[in-house]
Design a protein around this ligand. Structure first.
Ligand code: LLP
Length: 436
């Protein structure tokens, strides 16, 4: 049982280890990382690597912090799981069971949500380039709310909709935030949403349609934000657009990835939003938020095996994964903290470049890491990789997308199986059939 295991509060040089690993993490007496009571060494033996491991109890606890935390501050509220952060059936099902709605961004995510048994009324469809087919699928499925991003969405819906349909209008909030340019969406130049100066025209056009029911506005400032001010400003920007029944102020709460990162607690984030809401929003309005990363990032780790160790200009420790299953290092420069998961309690004395197996120099998983000296076959875990890892997984160099297991109460269950080489061949025509 994980609780009875040692949780050393100081690992040499790394006193904050337990703050970035999943909540239900510990070390067993063999010095192995355990999650939900399961040794990752056993998980690697059973399911192979690369493997994503998700701590279900920690995940559910975090969902409740959001759902109950928002409810207790603003009764007429809803928390949506931004499902792009981990779009797998098991996650949609858990989010629904914990009382969350879901935000989807396209037909694929509608299919996943429906397969998980999510009530379509609690699905919110996003997208800056929705096709007519996607909108038709949403209408047919009974998706509760469609978030209009542009005038083409309106034109398509005008011709497709045959029954009353709730919609929100996404407006560019013109709010600044300190985050990576690739995940900042609040500025004037964003490709998402309608400029403030065109919002009244969009709302008028929607309101004049027989079946389109305008409910309110949506704003989203960006992702991985660790300062409360942009969230407060987002509420202010939404309020400035007018008085409506619904305000969806987006997601974006950041997480602590590294020992040095600061943290913005869920409670402080919710305080900032609801204090602003009390100041600026109509008292009876419905307040919606849509966190993704802050729900699932910490609950997950990525587990790899050390395949080669090379002493050249630096010590290169190569693992059996890479940017095919964790592209964020290359995409946004995100830093993740590594641990040698089967030597957790040994001294961390080795400086190393932890690198992936894909053919890119940018496939550097952790620059200048400090770890226990590893040996071939050891397991390296990267902490806080539950969000936006599997989402971006790809087949670069013929890599197979990893498996995902959920763990808790000393048990593990497979949520997504590892791809096979048969899967890899699934869409390929035989060479003779493709020859002219
Ligand atoms: N709502 C909308 C409209 C969004 O576009 C997003 C994220 C969210 C909510 C959820 O944001 P979150 O709470 O997860 O920050 N490649 C990136 C992530 C892209 C985020 C995209 N939009 C990364 O991992 O750095």
């Amino acid at each position: 049982m994980s609780l009875s295991m040692t949780k050393p509060d100081t690992v040499p040089g790394l006193p904050h280890l337990w703050e970035i690993l999943p909540e239900e993490s510990s070390a067993n007496d063999r010095g192995e990382l355990t999650i939900g009571g399961c040794s990752v060494v056993d998980l690697a033996k059973t399911y192979g690597t690369p493997l994503q491991v998700i701590d279900e109890a920690g995940l559910r606890r975090q969902m409740r912090r959001f759902v109950h935390g928002l409810k207790s501050r603003w009764a007429n509220s809803e928390v949506l799981f931004a499902s792009k952060s981990l779009p797998i059936v098991a996650m949609y099902a858990i989010a629904a069971a914990e009382g969350m709605g879901v935000d989807v961004a396209g037909a694929g995510e509608i299919h996943l949500a429906v397969a998980a048994g999510v009530d379509p009324k609690r699905i919110y469809l996003h997208g800056n380039a929705k096709s007519s087919e996607e909108l038709a699928l949403a209408l047919e499925t009974g998706v509760g709310t469609i978030i209009i991003d542009n005038f083409d969405d309106i034109a398509r819906l005008e011709t497709l909709v045959r029954r009353p349909q709730d919609v929100l209008v996404r407006v560019i909030p013109e709010v600044d935030a300190d985050t990576h340019a690739a995940i900042f969406t609040g500025g004037k130049e964003s490709k998402f949403g309608i400029p403030i100066r065109q919002s009244a025209e969009a709302i008028e056009r929607i309101t004049s349609h027989e079946f389109l029911r305008f409910q309110g506005v949506h704003v989203h400032v960006g992702s991985q934000i660790l300062d409360a001010n942009p969230f407060r400003d987002a509420v202010g920007a939404a309020a400035a657009l007018g008085q409506f029944p619904v305000y969806n102020v987006g997601g974006g709460l950041g997480v602590k990835y590294t020992y040095d990162d600061r943290r913005l607690a869920v409670d402080d984030y919710l305080d900032a939003i609801t204090t602003a809401a009390r100041k600026w929003l109509p008292a009876e309005a419905k307040l919606i938020i849509e966190p993704g990363r802050a729900i699932v990032a910490r609950a997950g780790i990525s587990l790899y095996e050390v395949t080669t160790i090379k002493e050249s200009a630096k010590t290169f420790v190569a693992i059996n994964g890479g940017l095919a299953d964790l592209i964020n290092v290359a995409l946004t420069g995100q830093r993740y903290e590594p641990v040698v998961a089967n030597r957790l309690t040994e001294p961390w004395t080795q400086r190393a470049q932890i690198v992936g197996r894909q053919c890119e120099s940018g496939d550097l998983m952790v620059d200048d890491a400090l770890i226990s000296p590893p040996q071939l076959g050891d397991l390296i875990a990267l902490a806080t990789t539950g969000a936006y890892s599997y989402t971006f997984s790809n087949n670069y160099n013929g890599a197979l997308k990893p498996a995902i297991v959920f763990v808790g109460e000393n048990k593990a269950r497979l949520a997504v199986r590892r791809e096979t080489y048969t899967d890899l061949m699934r869409c390929q025509w035989p060479a003779q059939a493709t020859a002219w």
